[in-house]
Ligand binder design. Structure first.
Ligand code: NAD
Length: 456
C-alpha cells in the first residue's frame, strides 16, 4: 500500500508547482478528456455492455453523451467562472477592494460507484480539472471492464502526477482514505458515505457526498396519467432501476391507482416488449449478490406486473408490486433495482407526513396539474432535488446543481456547481495604504463612539 501514499505525495508536489492552475492548462486538459472519450467510444460501449448489459442508447445518453455535454458547457464558461469576483465593501472598509478568489483544493480523491461507472467517475473529474486540482480516481470493483478501461484511458493521456487511477475494492479505498487529501468526492451508498465522512473528519478533509435513499414518485388524482406512467416507467427502469435518483416507490391517489397501473403496463410493453428478459434495450443486475437481494423482495407483496427473472443472466423483468406496507423489507432499504412497490393515499397530507418521518430523499417526483399542490410539496418536504410531472430531468441540466441533503448527501455538482464543489472561496480585502482610520484602534479617543455610529 506504500505506492498509494507515494502517488498522493507525487501529486501534492506537482500541485504546488502551480502548473494546473492556469486557464490554458485547464482548458487543454478538458479538451484532452473530451477527445479521449470520443476516441474510445466503442470500447466504452463494450465495457458497459460487459458489466451491466447497457444498450448503446442508454450508454450513450446517460454516460458518454452526458460527459461530452458537461465538458462542452464547462469549456464555454470556465474563463468566466475563474475570474475573481469583485464584491462590494461595507463603509468600515472605505478605500479598500473586496475580491473572492476560487482556488483549487489541491489533490482530490474521487470514489465512484458501479451503476453509471463511467459517467460517475469522470463527471466529478471535469469539475476537478476545471477548478485546477490534481485527482486520484477510484472506480468501483463491481464493474471491472469499465474500471480497467478508465485506468487505461487516463494513463494514456494524463501523467500520474496529475491524474491517476487506483483500482481496487474496500481494502484499497480504506488505504486511500488514510491519505492527506485536500478534498474527497464520494458517490455511493449511505452506509459507505458514513465511513468516508468519518475518515475525512479525522483529518478535517472537506467532503462532497453524493449518496442515495428512497426517492418517491407521487401521483395525485389530477395528474396527466398517460404522461405520468410513461415518465415514471422511464425513470424507474432505465439501467434496470439501478439509478440513485430512480423512483424507489410509487405513492398514488387511490382514485387513479388502477388506471395508472394499466397505463404503466402498456408503457412497459411499448418500451421492452412482451419478453423483457431477452430485450437488448433492457439492463441487467450488476452482481449475483444484488440479484439475490432483489429477488427476495418479490415475496414481500403481490406482483402485479413482471416478476420473471433469470439468474444466469442476472436479469429481473420490470416489476410492479401491490399490497406493500412500510414494514415490508422492500420499504426498509433503497431498492436499487427494477421493482416498484405501489402505496396508495387519499390525502396528500398523509404522504407528506410519511415521507418526512424518514431520511431525506435524494429525489422526489410529484405528478399533478395543480401548481398550488406542486408548491406545497416543494416547500413541505426536504429532498435533494426533483421534478414536477417528470423524473430524472433535473439531473441532466447543467444549470441545476445536483446533490442530496442530510442522509442523501452533502454538497452538489454539475455545471458551475462542479467548479464550486472543487474550489475553496478565498476572500481577500485589498486595503489602501493612502490613509488610515484611527478610530479602529484601541488607542483612539472617540473610537468606540464612532464605531457605534457606523455599526449600530
Ligand atoms: P458503495 O457505497 O457500495 O460503493 C461506492 C464506492 O465505495 C466503490 O468504489 C467501493 O469500492 C467503495 N467502497 C465500498 N466499501 C467501502 C468501504 N468500506 N470503505 C471505503 N470505500 C468503500 O455503493 P455502490 O453499491 O457502488 O452504489 C450504489 C449506491 O450509490 C446507491 O446507494 C446509490 O443510491 C448511490 N449512488 C448515488 C449517486 C448520486 O449521485 N447521489 C449516484 C449513483 C449511486
Amino acid at each position: 500500500m506504500e505506492h498509494i501514499a507515494n502517488k498522493v505525495s507525487l501529486q501534492k508536489e506537482y500541485f504546488y508547482t502551480g502548473e494546473t492552475k492556469s486557464y490554458s492548462f485547464r482548458k487543454k486538459q478538458l479538451e484532452t478528456l473530451r477527445d479521449v472519450i470520443k476516441e474510445y467510444e466503442p470500447e466504452i460501449l463494450q465495457a458497459l455492455k460487459d458489466d451491466l448489459h447497457k444498450s448503446e442508447w442508454e450508454a450513450y445518453t446517460t454516460e458518454i453523451g452526458f460527459l461530452l455535454e458537461e465538458i462542452k458547457f464547462t469549456l464555454k464558461h470556465l474563463k468566466e467562472w475563474m475570474t475573481p469576483e469583485k464584491v462590494k465593501s461595507p463603509v468600515t472598509h472605505f478605500g479598500s477592494k473586496s475580491v473572492i478568489h476560487r482556488e483549487p483544493f489541491g489533490v482530490t480523491l474521487i470514489i465512484a460507484p458501479w451503476n453509471y461507472p463511467f459517467q460517475l467517475q469522470l463527471a466529478p473529474l471535469i469539475g476537478a480539472i476545471a477548478s485546477g486540482n490534481c485527482a486520484v480516481l477510484k472506480p468501483s470493483e463491481l464493474t471491472p471492464a469499465v474500471s480497467t478501461l478508465i485506468s487505461k484511458m487516463i494513463r494514456e493521456v494524463f501523467p500520474e502526477k496529475y491524474i491517476v487511477v487506483i483500482e481496487g475494492s474496500v481494502e484499497t479505498s480504506t488505504e486511500l482514505l488514510k491519505q492527506p487529501f485536500d478534498h474527497i468526492f464520494f458517490t455511493g451508498s449511505v452506509a459507505v458515505g458514513k465511513i468516508v465522512m468519518e475518515a475525512a473528519a479525522k483529518q478535517l478533509i472537506p467532503v462532497t457526498l453524493e449518496l442515495g435513499g428512497k426517492s418517491p414518485a407521487i401521483v395525485d388524482k389530477d395528474a396527466n396519467l398517460a404522461l405520468a406512467a410513461k415518465r415514471i416507467m422511464w425513470g424507474k427502469f432505465t439501467n434496470a432501476g439501478q439509478t440513485c435518483i430512480a423512483p424507489d416507490y410509487l405513492y398514488v391517489h387511490s382514485d387513479v391507482k388502477l388506471a395508472l397501473i394499466e397505463q404503466m403496463n402498456n408503457v412497459l410493453i411499448e418500451f421492452y416488449g412482451e419478453d423483457p428478459l431477452s430485450d437488448e434495450k433492457y439492463g441487467h443486475i450488476v452482481s449475483d449478490r444484488h440479484f439475490d437481494r432483489l429477488k427476495r423482495f418479490l415475496a414481500d407483496g403481490d406482483v402485479l406486473i413482471g416478476g420473471q427473472h433469470k439468474a444466469s443472466d442476472r436479469v429481473i423483468a420490470p416489476t410492479i408490486m401491490d399490497n406493500i406496507s412500510w414494514e415490508d423489507p422492500v420499504m426498509q432499504e433503497e431498492i436499487f433495482g427494477p421493482i416498484l412497490p405501489v402505496l396508495e393515499f387519499t390525502e396528500l397530507e398523509t404522504v407528506i407526513n410519511e415521507v418526512r418521518r424518514r431520511p431525506k430523499p435524494l429525489a422526489l417526483y410529484f405528478f399533478s396539474e395543480s401548481e398550488e399542490k406542486q408548491d406545497e410539496i416543494t416547500s413541505a418536504i426536504s429532498f435533494g432535488g426533483g421534478c414536477m410531472n417528470d423524473t430524472f430531468m433535473h439531473i441532466v441540466s447543467p444549470y441545476l446543481p445536483f446533490g442530496g441533503v442530510g442522509s442523501s448527501g452533502t454538497g452538489s455538482y454539475h455545471g458551475k456547481a462542479s467548479f464550486q464543489a472543487f474550489s475553496h472561496e478565498k476572500s481577500i480585502v485589498k486595503q489602501t495604504t493612502k490613509f488610515d482610520f484611527a478610530f479602529r484602534y484601541p488607542s483612539a479617543k472617540n473610537g468606540l463612539k464612532i464605531i457605534k455610529k457606523i455599526m449600530g
